[in-house]
Design a binder for this molecule. Structure first.
Ligand code: ATP
Length: 599
């Protein structure tokens, strides 16, 4: 693949790292957890054995909070509630109602899953810090609720559940409980690591970073956030099950609001998104007030707050995040970024046989009488629009003439007030954007949607994740080369034009029969513009892709479109072949003006 290095004097700082040191951090964190989980027991130090059991349970919860917070973008401040639900589920079932432990474990998981689903409900409607406030309220109310429901929870007296068998030495003085408490954070870390590299993990993150782009790729952000809450809640609930034998006794005091604070602060102090972060974060946030400054037990929330403030001022990316940032800068100093080129894709497409048009040239997409109003503004006014397989359809018009509004109707972002829309043989007038994307529609945006925390390669790979067709062998080789070249590239270092190309590559890899390009040529260099125009022609000729091209660059539209529709104040004023349109006085008057366009 053809590459060149681009340099930019004003390179923005990446918002977060691409986490390419995950593997090292996973090994280091697992090693530290093994040592701290086992060594105190080997030396018979019961105090530190117990302390690390608790810390390791907290680290496991923090790992899940870190994943939920950064990778799934769900700001929860109430993870202590889910820990408590797991613990109380077990303690109430087995400690109060004398059910077998297996039944208690079951109820612990059910309780935390139910709590997670309750958290997920507001996540469907509110995001960011609004969601944080809702979950924080749950953290405030939870201990009160435990006190109120004293028939079940035995109120302030708490429930005693020693489970001594688990604390008996099993191997070299190490108890089953210590082993379980050590395994929990390691398993949580492995989950985080694997999830980050999975299709589901990338789709969750895409939904978190750009819900709009996610929906255009067939991802349902609401489903993703609910699923993320459910997974994190069940995991946290399992930690709650371990919490019971670790403390032998559960009381509402164990789940006061500051427990939820610990997990959140530990994520921030350790470094958001860093795999090693929860280990370092819990050590800092938990050890200082609970072990080193034990006399200040009454001021715990204050101490947590001070530690967090102190660390955030000194290390804005958290302890591990700051070290990682420094390491990356050193490694990449002077490296620059590799530019994206479309030549590998166009070379591959050129070698393919021409697409055989279907016997009947039926439109794949038909819109009739589409009207979209925003208050008194009629953005799209009774528009009829057809698109046939393999057709490149230019959509032009002055600023504000309704082009993007029509595209938004086509991909399901926006619902028509009147009219009908059929796509691939179905009435999709009321379908959602993810449903339309799944039926085979891809789009790019006026402002390219690039996910800053993904590497350049993963930004492209999101398109592959949405692909529902088989991968041709020739393309696989190109992708391998692309991966090798862009695996650790930061998208924030790409120029505007390069971001556009990245988005174009992503939508091409999704392999949709219909692609909508919204002003794709804006900001492209002359060479990139040529590459893009070649790509569009090849997509239509070789793959039979139908393209809608919204573009102000009329020369480009005239050179590649098979048909052009002209919009003015939301209405179609002309539609036809470029050669015919160029002679239309209304069109000449409106757009050609001084610009030279050859039919
Ligand atoms: N969400 C919205 N709320 C209110 N008015 C809107 C909204 N979206 C678009 N409009 C209005 O609808 C009309 C059409 O806008 P639209 O963005 O579709 O035009 P456009 O042809 O894509 O313009 P441009 O070339 O500048 O992107 C404009 O008058 C615009 O102000």
């Amino acid at each position: 693949m053809n590459t060149q290095t681009i340099t930019s004097s004003a390179q923005p700082r990446p918002e977060t790292s691409s986490f390419d040191s995950d593997t090292q951090q996973l090994w280091l964190a697992s090693g530290l957890l093994l040592i701290t989980g086992i060594v105190p027991a080997l030396f018979g130090n019961a105090y530190w054995e117990h302390s690390f059991q608790l810390m390791n349970i907290y680290i496991a919860v923090t790992v899940l909070q870190n994943w939920l917070f950064v990778d799934a973008g769900q700001k929860s401040f109430g993870q202590g509630v889910l820990l408590g639900l797991g613990a109380y589920g077990l303690a109430v079932a087995s400690g109060v109602f004398d059910q077998p432990i297996a039944v208690g474990l079951f109820w612990g998981i059910v309780a935390s899953a139910a709590g997670g689903l309750l958290f997920a409900l507001p996540a469907l409607r509110v995001q960011g810090f609004h969601l944080g406030f809702v979950t924080l309220s749950a953290a405030v109310v939870f201990p009160q609720l435990l006190l109120q429901m004293d028939d079940l929870t035995q109120g302030l007296n708490g429930i005693s559940m020693p489970m001594r068998g688990l604390s008996e030495p099993l191997l070299l003085g190490v108890s089953t409980l210590s082993l379980l408490c050590t395994a929990a954070p390691i398993i949580a870390l492995l989950f985080h690591y694997k999830m980050r590299r999975s299709r589901l993990g990338r789709r969750m993150r895409t939904a978190a970073e750009s819900p709009e782009a996610a929906r255009s790729l067939g991802i349902r952000p609401g489903v993703m956030s609910s699923l993320a809450f459910l997974i994190a809640s069940v995991g946290t609930g399992i930690c709650g099950l371990l919490f019971v034998p670790a403390v032998s006794f559960v009381t509402p005091q164990s789940f006061l609001m500051d427990v939820s604070f610990i997990f959140f602060f530990a994520v921030v102090v350790g470094g958001r998104g860093q795999l090693l972060g929860p280990v370092v974060g819990i050590w800092a946030v938990f050890t200082i007030p609970n072990i080193l400054l034990v006399d200040l037990a009454h001021y715990k929330p204050l101490v947590y707050g001070f530690i967090t403030l102190f660390v955030v001022i000194l290390f804005p990316d958290g302890i591990v995040g700051t070290i990682e940032e420094f390491r990356q800068k050193k490694r990449k100093a002077g490296g620059g970024e590799r530019a994206f080129h479309l030549t590998a894709l166009t070379d591959w497409l050129s070698a393919l046989p021409d697409h055989k048009a279907a016997a009947e040239d039926e439109p794949i997409l038909t819109v009739r009488g589409a009207t979209k109003r925003f208050g008194s503004v009629v953005a799209v006014d009774r528009v009829d629009f057809d698109l046939r397989p393999g057709e490149v359809h230019g959509l032009i018009g002055a600023n504000g003439s309704g082009k993007t509004s029509l595209l938004n109707i086509l991909n399901g972002f926006s619902r028509m007030n009147e009219g009908s829309y059929h796509f691939a043989g179905r009435d999709v007038s009321k379908a959602t954007a993810p449903a339309i994307a799944e039926r085979g529609l891809g789009r790019t945006f006026q402002t390219p949607r690039v996910f800053p925390s993904f590497s350049v390669w993963n930004n492209v790979r999101v398109g592959l994740d949405a692909r529902e067709t088989e991968m041709p062998a020739g393309l696989e080789q190109i992708l391998r080369e692309m991966e090798a070249e862009h695996a650790d590239g930061m998208p924030t270092l790409l120029s505007h034009g390069q971001r556009r190309i990245l988005e174009v590559v992503r939508v091409v890899l999704k392999d949709s029969p219909v692609v909508l390009f919204d002003e794709p040529a804006a900001g492209l260099s002359g060479e990139e513009r040529e590459e893009f125009s070649k790509l569009v022609k090849l997509l239509s000729r070789k793959l039979g892709t139908a393209v809608v091209l919204v573009e102000h660059d009329l020369e480009l539209v005239w050179s590649i479109a098979d048909r052009i529709t002209v919009l003015e104040t939301g209405s179609v004023i002309a539609s036809g072949r470029p050669a015919d349109l160029v002679r239309d006085p209304a069109v000449q008057h409106l757009f050609v003006g001084g610009a030279h366009v050859d039919a």
